[in-house]
Design a binder for this molecule. Structure first.
Ligand SMILES: C[S@@+](CC[C@H](N)C(=O)[O-])C[C@H]1O[C@@H](n2cnc3c(N)ncnc32)[C@H](O)[C@@H]1O
Length: 323
């Protein structure tokens, strides 16, 4: 049974998909290589793979400064960070102080912002930074502010991660820049996992999210800039996303995630053409989807068909542009 390695609670966090990502690494002889998340968030998959020794180096990027400040503080000030976890008071007064820091991050040190991000992530409903405190301002709810703040366990996770300091590279930039400028410098045995903000609902979950046109643009960048790279993408399985990746192999699956109300939605996994997709998974909900889509995912003829359709689509597009 996988252990939760990330100290963050993350809406839409993909930690529970780690066994499937590991199966992809194995099927493609990428174990022991590098692993990149251009949209890292809570980086649950990355931490679990690194700590278990399945990959040798992880590269994490998030354009949100508070998220970056959290990760960088954990790696560069781990002792002080853990001291703050031990000493922090779990009450509304302190919660308000952290909320104030988050309102004006530029007036505070990176460590202060990193710690406040963590504090609010652990004390707000569903880990959403802009949401209210668990139990409400009057703390009259069934669950109180400390319900998700197991100090010793969180300190243990942070100390463990800090020990991997030399195997973690952190960036705080736009994913587009990571894909175009940074990823080309990485070794060949690298797996890239793009988990962009959801197409729907993202504005209520994350401080940084995309407008509809951005999703289409980034889909083109992922598919064109990374033609010779090995990558996977996960998203909410809405029609627009399926269309942006229409020429790639993909499958829909059901993943229960918890953002206040447990919402059961269709998610999609998309694969670069050069990846071998595992035929089954230890995760039952993935295995069912893999088997249901077996022909589309595993037959070279299907891949050739998609490539042909893409070529036709591109030449038709060129013709329209020339007219
Ligand atoms: C779906 S979440 C990632 C969740 C992550 N896979 C996990 O398991 O915790 C998307 C993340 O992308 C970040 N983000 C949004 N827009 C971005 C951009 N243009 N470049 C990089 N990161 C971005 C958000 O701050 C958020 O943390």
């Amino acid at each position: 049974m996988a252990q939760n390695r990330t100290p963050l609670r993350y809406p839409g966090g993909k930690q529970k998909l780690t066994p499937f990502v590991l199966e992809i690494l194995k099927a493609n002889n990428l174990e022991g290589g590098h692993y990149v998340e251009p949209y890292a968030g809570g980086a649950g998959v990355a931490m679990e793979l690194l700590i278990a020794g399945n990959v040798s180096h992880v590269h994490l990027n998030d354009s949100s400064f508070p998220i970056y400040a959290f990760w960088n503080s954990v790696l560069t000030h781990s002792e002080e960070f853990c001291r703050r976890i031990s000493r922090s008071l779990l009450n509304i007064e302190e919660w308000r102080e952290h909320r104030e820091i988050m309102k004006n991050p530029m007036n505070h040190s990176e460590l202060d912002v990193g710690f406040s991000t963590f504090y609010l992530n652990r004390t707000n409903r569903s880990g959403v930074l802009s949401a209210g405190v668990i139990g409400g301002n009057d703390q009259s709810g069934k669950w109180k502010i400390d319900a998700r703040f197991p100090r010793n366990e969180l300190i243990r996770r942070i100390e463990l991660i800090a020990g991997f300091h030399d195997s973690i590279s952190l960036l705080n930039t736009d994913a587009e820049k990571v894909i175009t400028d940074y990823i080309p410098t990485l070794p060949e045995n690298t797996l890239i996992y793009c988990d962009p903000p959801y197409f729907e609902k993202a504005s209520t979950l994350y401080l940084n999210h995309y407008a509809p046109g951005d999703h289409e643009r980034i889909s083109q960048i992922i598919q064109q800039q990374q033609r010779d790279k090995k990558w996977i993408v996960s998203y909410d399985g809405v029609n627009q996303i399926l269309k942006y990746y229409e020429f790639r192999r993909k499958f829909l699956y059901e993943l229960q995630y918890n953002a206040a109300k447990a919402y059961k939605g269709s998610e999609v996994f998309i694969f670069s053409d050069n990846l071998v997709v595992p035929r089954s998974s230890e995760l039952p909900y993935i295995s069912v989807a893999l088997k249901a889509n077996s022909r589309k995912l595993h037959q070279p003829a299907e891949l050739a068909k998609l490539a042909m359709r893409e070529a036709k689509f591109n030449s038709a597009k060129q013709l329209v542009c020339q007219q």
